[in-house]
Design a protein around this ligand. Structure first.
Ligand code: ARG
Ligand code: ZN
Length: 472
């Protein structure tokens, strides 16, 4: 959604423009990026995608992914050409039904020149036929595709889409998704949202998934492998679907004992953040060697290593908290990462508080006092950490200390109204750190600029811990 305010002069100019035939208006190439200060090439300019329809086939034995993506979009300017982000090989592109010229630029830019230029404000359909081995795609020397002994997985932040589908790869352009993937009988394809159908023919099984609320491209996921799947419904009727690799070894019990508690965790989080924003819940855990989790929308990705020491419900709390703080309300630019990670970490502290394993205040104090002032931890500014430190532990832990400082400053009553109000206020949208500061000031009726500057924007250890800071 884009709101525009027209001054009278602009309206007059717009009327004049309308009088000029389209052929005489000027058309320009869409920008190759969305203007993100950390990732200038991420996303593209000139259009807004509303829906992705992906119809794919994946062969675990060879890592070959092939298929067709259909994107429904609206043009935001007169376009002579536009970009998509994709690392795989393209064989054909159609724009509004007509064959279009295309060229690959660099590692991930697909430049499309339609047969006829595109007018601003019109609906646009783009069909891309493509194929390739995602494990061989390197963008900036890096791969977001995890190949496993029985398949492959796309799950990474800040991006993973370019390894498996063409997109406008930035959280500012969210869309709904239908993902239909055919895999050899006996394997499963896991994605976001609700499993609409599963059907088998000629040795192949097709899984059709639907994620029906706005979803950022990095939160779209695909996993192919051999999984045990559990399904259920929550008390409020949400479908639950969890998928466990058949090959989790010793970690399998602990993983299940954690991920099977997703419904309980979600219900508890609803008490703090308000109604769950999506159409399904669950989690999936392929037999990857990575050590992180990711809040892939409706169905987080987990790694076996996170369950090496037994159950880890805290990581489930973290990833499900992101469904409100990160997925429904997403970063505006990637430098706003604190509005995701600070709150997901703080939710883990609240869970600990509820479980009697240490209050959020105690955990904040511990995190503060266990790091001396010369620890490089304090040089990272959670409010603008830079691309290299985007997922630094300081974004999480100092980010959560900032939230404890806020709680102490405004008191529990206002604090929990802020935590619940924010996901409503910006539901399915994007927000900046400054939007949060303004919102918290509005709800609490307290000036908070200094507190947030101290905790989020200074490259040094705050002079006093969160509790004392609040009294200053
Ligand atoms: N948002 C994810 C989490 O906090 C972070 C993933 C970071 N990626 C990585 N490769 N470490 O769970
Ligand atoms: Zn996180």
């Amino acid at each position: 959604m884009h709101r525009r305010i027209f001054a009278p002069g602009v309206l007059a100019a717009a009327t004049l423009l309308l009088a000029v035939p389209a052929s005489a208006a000027s058309f320009a190439p869409g920008a190759p990026g969305m203007g993100d200060p950390y990732y200038p090439a991420a996303g593209n300019g000139g259009y807004d995608v509303s829906h992705y329809d992906l119809r794919l086939k994946y062969q675990p034995a060879t890592d070959l992914l092939e298929g067709t993506a259909t994107l429904l979009a609206t043009t935001k300017q007169n376009l002579s050409s536009f970009h998509l982000d994709l690392g795989l090989d393209v064989s054909e592109v159609r724009v509004n039904g007509r064959l279009a010229r295309f060229a690959k630029e660099g590692e991930q830019e697909l430049v499309i020149t339609p047969a006829a230029p595109l007018e601003k404000g019109k609906s646009l359909s783009v069909v891309v036929r493509y194929a390739g081995k995602p494990s061989e795609v390197r963008i900036g020397g890096f791969t977001a595709w995890h190949r496993t002994p029985d398949g492959g997985v796309a799950a990474q932040e800040p991006d993973s889409a370019a390894w498996w589908f063409p997109s406008n790869d930035h959280p500012l352009d969210k869309a709904t998704y239908d993902v239909s993937v055919s895999v050899p009988d006996g394997s499963q394809a896991i994605s976001n949202g609700v499993l609409q159908s599963q059907s088998s023919k000629l040795g192949w099984t097709r899984f059709a998934w639907r994620s029906n609320k706005p979803q950022a491209s990095y939160l779209a996921t695909l996993a192919v492998g051999r999984f045990d799947v559990t399904t259920d419904r929550t008390a409020s009727g949400l479908p639950v679907l969890n998928a466990y690799s058949k090959d989790l070894g010793d970690h399998g019990g602990a993983a299940r004992a954690s991920i099977e508690r997703t419904a309980e965790v979600t219900e508890w989080l609803e008490g703090i953040f308000g109604p769950y924003p999506f159409n399904a819940i669950g989690g999936y855990i392929p037999n990857v060697t990575s050590g992180y989790a990711l809040e892939t929308q409706t169905r987080p990705f987990y790694s076996p290593r996170q369950f090496a020491n037994g159950a880890n419900v805290s990581v489930v709390v973290h990833e499900m908290a992101h469904q409100w703080y990160g997925d429904s309300v997403s970063v505006h630019h990637w430098k706003d990462i604190w509005i995701n990670e600070g709150f997901a970490r703080y939710s883990q502290w609240l869970w600990s508080e509820k479980e009697g394993e240490g209050t959020a205040q105690e955990l904040a104090d511990h995190a503060y006092s266990s790091r001396p002032a010369d620890d490089p931890f304090w040089q990272v500014k959670p409010g603008d950490p830079g691309p290299d430190k985007q997922f630094d532990i300081a974004v999480y832990d100092r980010g959560a200390m900032a939230i404890q400082a806020l709680r102490n400053k405004v008191g529990d009553e206002a604090f929990f109204r802020i935590l619940k109000g924010w996901p409503q206020q910006y539901a399915y949208g994007n927000a900046k750190v400054s939007d949060f500061v303004r919102y918290a000031e509005k709800v609490s009726k307290k000036p908070l600029a200094e507190l947030f500057d101290t905790w989020l924007f200074q490259p040094s250890k705050p002079s006093a811990p969160a509790a004392a800071q609040a009294r200053i």
